[in-house]
Ligand binder design. Sequence first.
Ligand SMILES: [Zn+2]
Length: 467
Amino acid sequence: MEISDVDIFRYVLVFLWVVYLWETYLSYRQRTIYRNATKVPKELENVLDQETFEKARLYQLDKSNFGFWSNIYSQIESTVILLIGGLPWLWSVAGRLMDRYNYGSEYEITQSIVFTLLATIFSTITSLPWSIYSTFVIEEKHGFNKQTLGFFLKDQVKKLVVMQCIALPITASLIYIIKVGGDYFFIYVWLFTLVVSLLLITIYADYIAPLFDKFTPLPEGDLRSKIEELAASINFPLKKLYVVDGSKRSSHSNAYFYGFYKNKRIVLFDTLLQDYVAPKDDKKDDKTDNDEEQKKNEEEEGKEEESNEEKKKKKQGCNNEEVLAVLSHELGHWKLNHNLKNLVIGQINTFLCFMMFALLMNRKELFTAFGFTTQPTLIGLLIIFQFIFSPYNEVLSFCMTALSRKFEFQADDFAKTLHRANKLKSALIKLNKDNLGFPISDWLYSTWHFSHPPLIERLNALENKSD
Ligand SMILES: [Zn+2]
């Protein structure tokens, strides 16, 4: 079958807009619910007060309206970039930059790195106003934001630098392997990505996450010994138990576990714990390089005291028994090998994608469709993975979302077998309140987007086989 470059370009543009219109339609359905559902649903009348419900409604409505505008913006931005040939232009800018230092186009990997850097800088700058608005207007207005602008900007720069230090060497190696790998390069590429992802999971906890947040071991006490007891009772190899200062960023709360084989760690957000007070003297260990930082720390401490007071008033977080119920759910994910299953699916997917990539990468029309006269490997990866595979990516992400909901129900069931269904129910209700989750959702919207089942469905499932 003969497919011209014009056809390919049209297909990509049309599909980009099909996805956009579909998402916009779904969000519209959900927004209509935020606008019209002004009464606490019957099932929750006894556990959710009208005031919290109304606060959640307004918060979600603001977020949804914001999403509407930011999606329009990014849709127009991507369309314009494709139409005016932004990608080949940026590629040639990277080439000209290298010319200045006497590197010709034979240095394809170097040019790919420069191109990636330029593209990252561009997207960081264009997305910055949106994330500033989201954090300092919307989250702030609804009482979630705990960051100062200084902290936020420093955090963004740090994220950018760390991400590039990781992504650029990986990109360079990937291109190299594809270039020298011969006919079966996709097997080597797949092995490479497998090793890299295992390596990243291993070093992330010890070397990357601490760059951004402070992890403090959970102090000895009732909660700690009960968690250790719980872990021991189901043979969970708990090595370390941390509290992370999520409250420095926002008052949304969470808990998770990670680590390989017999080296598991549990991390609790301080915002999850009702009675947790951060050890005070910790702050003094922080290196303060200059006055500005000192000032920022003081500001932050000021903020923290405020939020502690607020916490007392609102009583955010869960009590010990509820925290244990939440952890039982998390440990359910471990017992049922959910992470491993996700990893295996991810690996099979990567393998298939690179195999398809191997079949397509030498088709000249894919490159001319986007205005390229040469066929750089990085551009091939970008075009094929992002644009050509996008229908497949949409279907895959839908299936993974559905699978995730199934896993959530299974993990809830596991907590139930540990006789923690009732505490889990009250924890879910509290967390939903603390995070201003809205308990009503459009069925189509939630089917497409929700990685966790809606609150009422989870409560009902817990009810049915309650202990
Ligand atoms: Zn879960």
